[in-house]
Ligand binder design. Structure first.
Ligand code: KG4
Ligand code: ZN
Length: 389
């Protein structure tokens, strides 16, 4: 198979990223410029600010990725860029830059769906590990995927279950579950904001939950409530998710338990710390809020694991990929490892670094398209709601 160094560019949300990956199996560089500090004061991503920050960062980030990989603009074989889904203005920055670069360098340009990128992050790392073990750089075939493969893509913008099959043209995807409202990562971020814990919520809640009793507050199926009551059997969607109810339940608990003043005090204390980390937040939390955090996390994790494994069993999946920002969560990883082993399905995650948004996953997902000569037409543009098929 043809060897190819692909430069990946990712700008769909609040990370400006560039990376160089060789033949979908060797990470040569991975540069991620995070805009967390810009969005932190707002407790969420502000689209206009995201576009502005991407514009500022894109040139130095790409230059750095090439340098780290020991490559140059001329030496790379192709450029890959995220086409969607994501914030239209943010995507456009990466796409415009990638188009200009491809045109000027006369290199092929490949578009990648961000969600397929998250799935390929797992494949890239498993191939890389297999090569490290075997000590030889063949064509990546040491890591064999058994199909059908079920992928849970769970992040700040998405909670999707995709069943993937191998076809001659590459992988094809069937979306068998999705969130009806908030994504799981969005629920983490909103609950963290509500409890005055800082932004982004996922890593902070992950760290704080270890100090709480996960059985202290009961969140049941009523809060994580997507159900099929009254829906005819042939139109039921058993693997859909819903995470907006649990956020309301947390809010109600805060009101009933009179936690407002302690939240305000925490917010005030954290306002004086630039980029607060979990170590800064922990001393500002009483046991009641730690128990609430742990219980929230348990409810979300149990729901993600239960629906994914039910889908895996019913659709006879032979491999499970768990990926996206929330896949960095330690409880989620533990639960999937235990439950996956019980169910007899091998479960794979990306490293934490490649769980959240990055461009290595974009460069890796572009490799099969490079081999197939599947290059982007010059007139393509950003697609905020691009579907994965
Ligand atoms: O994949 P990603 O970087 O961006 C999107 O495509 O959305 O995911 C970011 C999301 C945020 O909502 C963040 O709070 C969540 O992933 N996240 C986590 C953890 N690390 C990041 N959620 C739970 N536990 C974590 N350790
Ligand atoms: Zn993402």
């Amino acid at each position: 198979m043809a060897d190819a160094c692909i430069l990946g560019i990712e700008s769909s949300c609040d990370e400006t990223a560039a990376a160089v990956v060789r033949s979908g199996e060797r990470l040569l560089s991975n540069v991620v410029f995070s805009q967390i500090a810009t969005h932190q004061p707002y407790g969420g991503v502000v689209p206009e600010l995201a576009s502005r920050e991407h514009l500022r960062a894109i040139v130095p980030v790409v230059r750095r990725a090439l340098q780290d990989a020991g490559q140059s603009y001329q030496s790379i074989d192709a450029i890959a860029v995220t086409q969607g889904p994501g914030l239209a203005g943010a995507l456009l920055v990466g796409i415009s830059y990638a188009k200009a670069l491809a045109f000027a360098l006369e290199k092929p340009l490949i578009t990648v769906n961000h969600l397929e990128g998250h799935i390929h992050a797992v494949l890239l790392e498993e191939r890389q590990k297999a090569i490290a073990v075997s000590g030889n750089s063949a064509d990546g075939s040491e890591f064999e995927v058994n199909f059908p493969l079920l992928a849970l893509v769970v992040s700040g913008g998405h909670t999707h279950l995709f069943l993937a099959q191998q076809r001659e043209s590459g992988w094809v995807y069937e979306n068998i579950g999705r969130t009806r409202d908030d994504a799981a990562g969005e629920a983490y971020d909103k609950v963290a904001k509500l409890l005055g814990l800082g932004y982004p919520g996922g890593p902070i809640i992950d760290a704080l939950a270890r100090h709480g009793n996960a059985r202290a507050v009961y969140f049941g199926p009523v809060q994580i409530k997507h159900n099929n009551r009254g829906v005819p059997k042939d139109r039921q969607t058993p693997y859909d998710f819903s995470f907006s109810g649990i956020k309301t339940a947390v809010l109600r608990y805060v009101e009933v338990e009179g936690m407002r003043s302690s939240i305000a005090a925490r917010q005030q204390a954290l306002a004086g710390i630039a980029g607060p980390r979990a170590e800064d937040v922990l001393p500002l939390c009483d046991q009641k809020v730690l128990d609430l955090i742990a219980s929230f996390q348990r409810a979300v994790v149990e729901d993600l694991v239960a629906k994914t494994l039910a889908a895996a069993s019913e659709r006879e999946a032979r491999t499970l990929f768990i990926t996206g920002g929330v896949a960095a969560n330690s409880e989620l990883r533990k639960a999937f490892e235990i439950q996956g082993a019980k169910a007899g399905v091998p479960v794979f995650f990306p490293s934490r670094k490649l769980s959240t948004d990055n461009a290595a996953m974009i460069a890796a997902a572009a490799y099969p398209k490079y081999l197939a000569g599947d290059f982007a037409p010059p007139e393509f543009s950003a697609e905020a709601s691009l579907a994965l098929r």
